[in-house]
Design a protein around this ligand. Structure first.
Ligand code: MSP
Length: 520
């Protein structure tokens, strides 16, 4: 297994501030980056913004700004949101940066030289007021799908990418690498598309100014800008600085995992790989497509007017509450209906009641029944118990689920252990054992508490990537924050009995106060 790990989010349009959908993709990548850092991997986590093209140019016109002023303003909103949510990216790329533009131009130049990008005529249905092309199916009754005004047949000079040439090799690659596109259902969608009629695609635009210029070409009669998706997708490589930093590029590029929403899967699973094949660059390792967060079964988005501000939500339910809810409640590959009620219920039930209470109970009982000095755990942990059996089953299971991006299942597995602790406390009633005069009961009491402690150490450590602030606080109360130094990789530290031999436990303050569900 490679020791490097490269994970990316899509780069976000700077038309507007981030909403909960953007947060979802970004936190997913952040959890994976955090988890793999804890596993001891050398991680590179990239995010950024997509700043060229028609959408941005149009929005800037509306707001009366220059496109770059708009981008400079909106990018701050992304940076603020990601800071608030504790997103630990290694690099943030903006497509207006020089380091990016020069790679895009070099790529296009190479494809022009090899003949995979060629000059031709583009013919399609065009809406003049919106300045966009649409397909026959989109233009019902010859009307623009956006504004409803009549569309016209238009022909213009355009550069094309010879995508059709790479369809067969791409199908072969997908079939030979079953994990290249996940989940399975999305992979089949992509294969279905590829097995239909795939045409060469237009790779330049003459209708926009705000974009990266195509290289000079005496054959062209107009000034062309690079198609925004070619520009945007290249960020995954330009950010690694292939020309200047070959070591970084060679180390991370072959490990690339792109996390994307299902709406942009085709660009990542068809366009991008065929561009790369034409450039003679190896393909990314994996493309993971997640579903949408919906509101009354409609995608949550700024343009539909149902966007939800992540910073406002963090104020309401806390950063960790939000991070947890998004990945416990929804199945990563599928759509999930977002409602406030479900969010509050989930956070109260799992974090306030189960996890928070459990930490509180155990860190309260240990000093109460075993005294305020550090306790020694070693001698008790070799003995069997139902918690030990549970941890030995659930924790490896959760680790397996993480590798498949099955966040909700991994959390469910860890919750089996946390609920197990609550049950074990009830069944063994430490408060009754504490009243007994029998020395055997004293030993039993200590063993029960140490086994609860060990289970919570393991659960909290596993939860660090999901709820970093609260899980680290929990480890602090348990007296095992030294686990965070990761002297051994996470896998080893998650093994029963691998924690510090003596621990100083302190009674915890409530980790998650119960939330009052607002009346709507
Ligand atoms: N700029 C392009 C991506 C270029 S990547 C080379 C883009 N940007 S976007 O800002 O519109 O969306 C970025 C991501 O946010 C997509 O993965 C999209 O699926 C995700 N989400 C936007 N709304 C969403 C939901 N309601 N739910 C979940 N994710 C959604 O596309």
């Amino acid at each position: 297994m490679s020791s490097s790990y490269y994970i990316t989010t899509p780069i976000y349009y700077v038309t507007d501030a981030p909403h909960i959908g953007h947060l979802y993709t970004t936190v997913a990548a952040d959890i994976m980056a955090h988890y793999h850092r804890m596993l001891g991997k050398d991680v590179w986590f990239l995010t950024g913004t997509d700043e060229h093209g028609q959408k941005i140019q149009k929005k800037a016109k509306e707001t009366g700004e220059t496109p770059i002023a708009l981008a400079d303003r909106v990018v701050q909103r992304y940076l603020e949101a990601w800071k608030e949510y504790g997103i630990e990216f290694n690099d943030f790329i903006r497509t207006t940066e020089e380091r990016h533009k020069k790679v895009v131009q070099a790529f296009i130049k190479k494809l022009m030289d090899t003949g995979d990008v060629y000059l031709g005529d583009y013919e399609g249905l065009y809406c003049i007021p919106c300045e966009t092309y649409c397909t026959e199916t989109q233009a019902t009754n010859g009307k623009c799908p956006d504004c409803g005004r009549p569309v016209e047949k238009l022909r213009e000079e355009s550069y094309f990418f010879r995508m059709s040439k790479y369809v067969a090799p791409l199908i072969k690659h997908i079939e030979e690498n079953p994990n290249f596109i996940l989940p399975e259902s999305r992979k089949n969608e992509v294969l279905g598309f590829l097995k239909g009629e795939v045409k060469d695609i237009s790779i330049s635009r003459t209708t926009i100014d705000w974009g990266i210029p195509m290289p000079q070409d005496p054959k062209a009669t107009k000034s062309h800008k690079v198609y925004v998706w070619f520009d945007a997708l290249t960020n995954y490589i330009s950010a690694l600085g292939p020309q200047e930093n070959d070591a970084k590029y060679s180390k991370f590029w072959p490990e690339a995992i792109h996390v994307v929403g299902k709406d942009i899967l085709r660009f990542h699973a068809v366009y991008w790989p065929t561009f790369l094949m034409a450039l003679g660059i190896r393909l990314p390792k994996q493309i993971i497509a997640h579903g949408w967060l919906t509101d009354s079964n409609r995608k949550i988005s700024k343009s539909l007017g149902n966007a939800i501000d992540p910073i406002a939500l963090a104020k309401e339910v806390g950063i960790d509450g939000m991070r947890f809810f998004l990945f416990r409640e929804f199945v990563f590959g599928q759509d999930g209906e977002y409602t406030k009620e479900i969010m509050y219920q989930r956070i109260n039930a799992d974090l306030a009641n189960d996890f928070g209470n459990c930490i509180n109970r155990v860190t309260n009982m240990i000093p109460k029944y075993m005294g305020n000095n550090p306790i020694s755990t070693e001698s008790y942990l070799t003995n069997p118990s139902e918690l030990k059996t549970l941890a030995n089953n659930c924790v490896p299971q959760a680790q397996k689920e993480m590798l498949d991006f099955s966040f909700n299942k991994a959390l469910e597995s860890i919750w089996k252990l946390i609920s197990g602790v609550n049950r074990y406390v009830e069944n063994n009633a430490p408060w009754t054992l504490a009243k007994s005069k029998d020395p055997k009961d004293k030993t039993k009491l200590e063993e029960v508490l140490v086994h609860c402690h060990e289970s919570l150490r393991i659960a909290s450590l596993f939860l660090v990537p999901f709820i970093p602030k609260s899980a680290k606080l929990a480890l602090g109360y348990l007296g095992t924050e030294s686990d965070l130094n990761l002297v051994a990789p996470l896998k080893t530290q998650l093994v029963w009995g691998s924690g510090p031999k003596a621990v100083q436990v302190t009674k915890s303050a409530p980790l998650f106060p119960r939330l009052e569900i607002p009346k709507s």
